[in-house]
Design a protein. Structure first.
Length: 414
């Protein structure tokens, strides 16, 4: 069963919350991060991407870079930008985007739950990205980016959390430039904390929706600390990781689209002919074309949109094989473009649905030759893959709105 517990969060004072809050560190390139920090030195990106505090030629993975992040956390706390709760708390975090609301519980989840597959995952991690975040957590002794967890909707939990939300005032509230509103409630009462812990303890499992590298890094540091402290009791903060837990019926997964930088030596006519072997190819009824259902994709080539429908006889029916992104990889990207590992092949790029389909057209007019618009993977498909102990293809899901970093920091023992 699921184990969570409250923690003494380091949070920005409410007057600084909007200024500090930042999108996750991995949304940006190093150059983009520098521009944001130059424009807003109090953006938490300065701490999440501490190479922004050094000359561009500096090794972004050098130890002094992570030590700078540690120094800045301490300095911002001393300056009164951050403050630490005096007692372990839970928090509610509501995010409102385009009129849709999702409310998660901010809590610490158990490292042992992760190791025992109670916290389930659906994605592999890259060693280089994992090493970066491991060094960040280890050297700062702080978890700065929350792991986005999902759970199957539970009426008892919903009623309990709504009661708290509806009867208390948020301690932090702001709306960002992208029109996402954030509201945070603090839960300090022992009775409420006990009821929440007990309610979540009845869940069989939770699922990593986003943040596989952050989770793996937190666990890696925990195991390192356990070796360094062989007399550990299991109650230490390093045995837990920062998380936000959301019910599945409030989550929104958007399309995660693909653009290709060449045609792998084929002409446009040859590409369409090859696609006709694995899809039913028709002219798209609208431009740009957004797939209307699972098993359908849009394809942009030579200034024209096409509708692609998968062939059922070529579809595998295990939890991974049934995914549209799997069909595309198996039948198109691999055999036609010879892209066997899309995580490292420079000829493919991925465009989150928040950017819109016109971004696919723009890229094809700038530096790419073709694009695929995808129907979003569902949360139930994600659950099925994780329950089966399988892995999704890279870049299968794009969640919106994104959690912000810097609103909660979980400090662990050095």
């Amino acid at each position: 069963m699921v184990t969570i517990r409250p923690f003494q969060a380091l949070t920005p004072v409410k007057e600084k919350a909007a200024e500090v809050a930042a999108l996750p560190y991995d949304v940006y390139s190093s150059e983009e991060a520098r521009k944001i920090v130059d424009a807003n030195p109090r953006s938490f990106l300065a701490i999440d991407r501490p190479e922004t505090q050094f000359d561009p030629g500096h090794d972004m993975y050098a130890r002094d870079v992570y030590e700078k992040a540690d120094q800045m956390i301490r300095e911002w706390t001393e300056e009164g930008i951050f403050e630490e709760d005096g007692t372990p708390c839970y928090y509610l975090w509501e995010l409102v985007m385009d009129g849709r609301s999702q409310t998660g519980l901010v809590a610490c989840s158990s490292v042992d739950d992760y190791l025992n597959n109670i916290v389930r995952r659906h994605e592999n991690t890259r060693k280089d990205k994992e090493a970066d975040r491991t060094n960040h957590v280890d050297i700062t002794s702080a978890q700065t980016g929350p792991i986005f967890l999902a759970y199957r909707t539970n009426d008892a939990i919903r009623s309990l959390l709504r009661s708290i939300r509806d009867n208390d005032k948020p301690v932090i509230e702001f709306t960002e430039k992208d029109h996402v509103t954030h509201r945070i409630w603090r839960i300090a009462g022992p009775a409420s904390i006990s009821r929440i812990t007990e309610a979540f303890g009845k869940l069989a499992c939770t699922y990593i929706a986003d943040g596989h590298h952050r989770a793996a890094s937190a666990v890696s540091v925990s195991l390192k600390r356990r070796k360094e402290h062989p007399d550990y009791t299991g109650t230490e903060e390093f045995n837990y990781f920062l998380s936000v837990l959301f019910p599945d019926d409030e989550l929104r997964i958007m399309d995660y689209n693909r653009v290709l930088k060449d045609l792998n030596g084929y002409s446009e006519e040859e590409i369409l002919k090859r696609l006709a072997d694995v899809f039913t190819v028709t002219e798209a009824p609208e431009s740009p074309y957004r797939p209307a259902e699972k098993g359908e994709m849009g394809f942009y080539l030579g200034g024209h949109w096409y509708r692609l429908n998968v062939r059922p006889e070529l579809t595998e029916h295990d939890p991974v094989g049934i995914l549209d992104v799997s069909y595309l990889q198996k039948n198109v990207l691999g055999p036609i473009w010879h892209i066997t590992d899309p995580t490292i092949d420079p000829r493919i790029d991925f465009i989150g649905g928040i950017r819109g389909l016109h971004e696919l057209e723009r890229r094809c007019h700038k530096d790419c030759r073709a694009a695929f618009s995808m129907y979003p993977t569902s949360i139930q498909e994600l659950f099925a893959v994780a329950d089966a102990g399988l892995l999704m293809p890279p870049k299968s899901t794009w969640f919106e709105p994104k959690l912000r970093s810097g609103l909660f920091i979980h400090r662990i023992e050095r």
